[in-house]
Every structure is written in structure tokens, then in C-alpha cells.
Design a protein around this ligand. Sequence first.
Ligand code: HBI
Ligand code: FE
Length: 286
Amino acid sequence: MSGHALLNAQTVEDCIIDQGWEHYTPEDHAIWGVLFERQQRTLRGHVCQEYLDGLAALGIGPEGVPNFARMNERLRRLTGWEVVAVPGLIPSRPFFQMLANRQFPAGTFIRSREQLDYLEEPDIFHDVFGHVPLLTNPAYADYMNEYGRIGLVAVETKGVKFLARLNWYTIEFGLIRKPEGIRIYGAGIVSSFGEAKYVVDDPSAHHLAFDLERVLRTGYYIDDFQATYFVIDRFEDLFDLLRGSDFTTRFDELRTLPAYTPFEILPQDVVVRKGTGHFWRDFPAT
Ligand code: HBI
Ligand code: FE
């Protein structure tokens, strides 16, 4: 399917393609292995146990690019989710519709050896290694499903911007507090060598207790490490927050309120760790 056709794709059926697993080359599988091994080492002791349990339950390992059909046999049995192949970023409506159907859209291409560290668009390593393992966790799986359902409301009520922030600060860059310490669960961190090291080693960023209103009002930059990460206590809390909200009126209200920058700490914030801001010392004052 061409990029142009995809721009107008409005239905789930328009966006789903065949993974074509048999077409991956030995080099593709080797790149997966390099990424997998390196990231396993980086994440050890820093990623949440639910993530590691998911990897194991789905049989995702260093051998090569996962075969969606085989992975889906296990995933469907665990939480009713399945991974479907898409040609890259897809429009919001079919994206949310898939999540509402318990279908997770994943890209099929894998980065080249020259791009191991940075990519403009998510590839199969980000989508599958980053996102799919936690879909084996019932609470996380339900949250993702509810996010899709509310996303469909957002498409009709000009609320996608707010849901994108929620997605950013949970699914992509979320942290979770465990008895053993702060752990990573966001796919954008899990699948990134640089950001995972930064989260573990660098004291620059703030860690703030997750608050739905706060997150819906906080902007973000897509091309740098985060200045603030929001910390949840349990995956169940995310689902409960969404289910208890009337989002139609919420979006109307949110549009009238100013946004926060990713750099500031507000008087009402519950600070888990105050960052040094060192990484952004050259940023214009906010
Ligand atoms: N498409 N493949 C893909 N993956 C995404 O994460 C994605 C998308 N299209 C739209 C979209 N995300 C955003 O609209 C939401 O995250 C808000
Ligand atoms: Fe992602």
C-alpha cells in the first residue's frame, strides 16, 4: 500500500497488511538479535518484572524477528490481544479502532545496522520488543483497550492531542514504582538504548507521581530525552482512571486551560525525584 493511500485510510481493514515473515533476510534477523541482546543487558534490574514475564510468555528472544502468527497464538490465549501488521504510522481513527478491538498495530520493517540507535519512525523492534510484552499483563491490556475506546471518542471531539499526551507519558515513557525501586515500563524507553541508559544513569529528569489532569495538560518534545517522567503505582490505576472519566466534557474543559512545559514542577505535584535539569542547562528558561 502506498503512503498516499494510507493517508486516507479510515478503516482497520485499509491498514492491515501481511507481515511477510518469510521475507526477512538473515541480516534482518541478525539485527534483531543485536538489538535484543544489547537491550536485555541495559534493562536488567531496571525494567518492571511484568515486562520480563511478557517476553518469556510470548517466547520473544534473540533468535530473530518474531513471527506474528506464532506470537499471537500465545498472546490471544493470555489476554485476547493480537498483533496485526501495518505499513508504518496509520491515521488516528483506525489506530484507536484497532486498540478498541484488542489489535495492536506493529510495523514490519526493521532498522539497518547504521540506525541501531535512532529512528524517526517506529520499526518492528520498537513496536514488538517495546510494546507487545506488557500486553500479556491483564491490567495493562485492559488499559490499552480502554485507551482505544476513548480515542475513538477523542477523534470525534477534537481530543486526540490530549490522548496523545496520555499515551506519551504512560505507554511510551511511563515509570512504575515497585517495592524494589522505580522501574521502566514505557515502550519508548524499553526499546531505546540511549533513553534506557539515560533513565537509569542520569539525574536530570524529574520523576513526578502520575496525575491524570496534570498529564493531559503537559506538552512533550518528541526528539529528545524526557525532562519529566510520570510514575504510576499499579497498572490497574491507569485503567480505573480512564473508566471513571467522562472524556467528552473533559476535552472541552482542557482546551480552555493553558498547557504546562515538560520542565516545570508545580506546587501541587507529588515529587518522587527532583531532577537536576543538567541535561537541559542550555535550554531557554521556562
Ligand atoms: N500508528 N502505527 C502507529 N503507531 C502509533 O503509535 C500511532 C499510529 N497512528 C496514530 C497514533 N499513534 C496517535 O494518533 C496516537 O498515539 C495518539
Ligand atoms: Fe510506540
